[in-house]
Design a protein around this ligand. Structure first.
Ligand SMILES: Nc1ncnc2c1ncn2[C@@H]1O[C@H](COP(=O)(O)OP(=O)(O)OP(=O)(O)O)[C@@H](O)[C@H]1O
Ligand SMILES: [Mg+2]
Length: 462
């Protein structure tokens, strides 16, 4: 597509000559004898070539107005011989370059080409930067891994709609953040975002919290109170830990999702709300489904757009970017001078498996910054809290050693206790937290209780 050039020159002859020359050079050319006539047509021009001395609005005011309307338009000014000061002034207003009259047409074409090239590069640069920001970052949510990029895409697509979203992922992966981002990018953003932590509410309170109650609905209900759904009207309700919602509340949630209707506790009046629902869970809801703890119909109503956020250990490529993001952010908050991470420190962050996900990484960086000195975090500054990893019993880890039955394990413990107690049964029983009789019973089951020997070993016992 040829570039479009708008010539603004009150001198007819010069305007005509330049027009013909630029047209023969392959440009699409538009022209006007004054700024007033040029302005309405300036929007589609890639470049404006303008005289500085114009009837009516002068060249400088024209440039200012042009850039107010479209900062992208490149401007070249033509000035009378000897008026360099005016040209400098025009450049300050944002003109890309200037030509002193009289100029050669070859010079003009070369200059236009140059300015257009620079403009194209700048536009390309801006576009790439915007695209990068969009792909790698959503608000301040960092993620370069394919999984996170896909999540950003889904979020952009789903945010403008009212579709129900079900966020799944381990604790600390960023479910809250994504829920808020969806709200922020939706037409509901100027209305409330109401978060309800379903775990924090005892069952009998949950219903009144969600749907509100009328005066006298239960002992202590001295006034009427709207519930969270009413508070969120026209906005978004975020149901955190949806898997913990008790059955009777599940039925009411189903109705809200289907009909957007509910009643306050102690009231027959059916109310309507306009809410978008986002739910989150850090357990696999399908297991709850199979066990009958979660209604299937509610699950399908919630799972319209499922977004599953993988744990951090499954997207290690995000770790360096998250780490730097937190170093910069937290360093500023904490008034620290630390601004970077050494490659060795980064290695330590990459080696760890982050059971607490992004939240744990954030806390680790914070602790490390507080305790470190200097301007970079080195490997020795990284304070990973391994305690939770050592004590946590992973649900997949076997409780008993491979191939051992509980009975075999118990017998092995009893033999070990006897060995340590040198055959003294009372002492062995104490080591095992058993009474002497309980131990003797077990020993007889094992065929090891020959009574006599036992008494020999415990002369003091009566
Ligand atoms: N991709 C990310 N970029 C930047 N910060 C993140 C990202 N993911 C999570 N965080 C940060 O990690 C912390 C935990 O995130 P968030 O509260 O959203 O997790 P969650 O999945 O809701 O956890 P939980 O299940 O415990 O409620 C927050 O401080 C959040 O700002
Ligand atoms: Mg959360």
């Amino acid at each position: 597509m040829p570039s479009r050039i708008l010539i603004v020159e009150d001198e007819d002859k010069l305007r005509r000559v330049v027009q013909l020359h630029l047209e023969s050079a392959g440009f699409e050319v538009d022209h006007a004898p004054s700024a007033e006539q040029a302005l309405p047509r300036s929007g589609i021009a890639d470049l404006v070539l303008t005289d500085l001395k114009l009837p009516g609005m002068d060249g400088l005011a024209f440039i200012k107005e042009l850039h107010a309307r479209n900062a992208q338009t490149a401007v070249i000014v033509m000035t009378a011989h000897g008026s360099v000061e005016a040209a400098v002034e025009a450049m300050k207003q944002g003109a890309a370059d200037f030509l002193q009259k009289p100029f050669s047409l070859e010079h003009l074409t070369a200059l236009i080409q140059k300015v257009l090239n620079v403009q194209r590069l700048q536009a390309e640069n801006t576009r790439l930067r915007e695209e990068l920001d969009q792909r790698y970052q959503f608000d301040s949510i960092i993620g370069r891994s394919p999984a996170m990029r896909e999540i950003f895409q889904t979020v952009s697509r789903v945010a403008p709609t009212r579709a129900t979203v079900l966020l799944a992922g381990e604790s600390g992966v960023g479910k809250d953040m994504i829920a808020r981002a969806i709200h922020q990018h939706s037409p509901r953003k100027d209305h409330p975002f109401v978060k309800i932590n379903c775990t924090a509410l005892p069952e009998n309170l949950m219903e009144s919290e969600l749907f509100g109650y009328e005066k006298g609905a239960f002992t202590g209900a001295n006034t009427s109170k709207p519930g969270k759904f009413e508070q969120a009207d026209k906005g978004t309700v975020f149901l955190d830990e949806i898997g913990d919602v008790p059955g009777n509340v599940q039925v009411k949630l189903l109705r809200i999702l289907q009909e957007r209707q509910f009643e306050r506790l102690g009231s027959n009046l059916t109310r309507s709300v306009d809410v978008r629902v986002i739910a989150a869970t850090n357990v696999d809801l399908r297991a709850a489904l199979e066990e009958g703890r979660f209604r299937e119909d509610l699950y399908y109503r919630l799972n319209v757009v499922p977004i599953s956020i993988p744990p951090l250990r499954q997207r290690v490529e995000d770790i360096p970017f998250l780490a730097l993001h937190f170093v910069r952010k937290l360093s500023k908050d904490l008034g620290s001078t630390i601004a970077d991470v050494t490659p060795q420190a980064m290695d330590r962050l990459l080696e760890y498996d982050w059971p607490g996900n992004v939240r744990e990484l954030e806390n680790t960086i914070e602790r490390s910054i507080v305790l470190a000195s200097g301007s970079v975090l080195d490997a020795s500054d990284i304070r990973i809290d391994n305690s939770r990893q050592r004590t946590a019993v992973s649900p997949q880890a076997p409780i008993l050693p491979e191939g051992t039955t509980l009975e075999q394990w118990e017998q092995a413990m009893i033999r070990e206790a006897l060995r340590r107690a040198n055959g003294n049964k009372s002492q062995a029983a104490r080591l095992l937290g058993l009474t002497r009789n309980a131990l003797r019973y077990r020993l007889s089951q094992m065929g090891l209780d020959n009574g006599k020997e036992a008494e020999e070993g415990t002369p003091a016992e009566g």
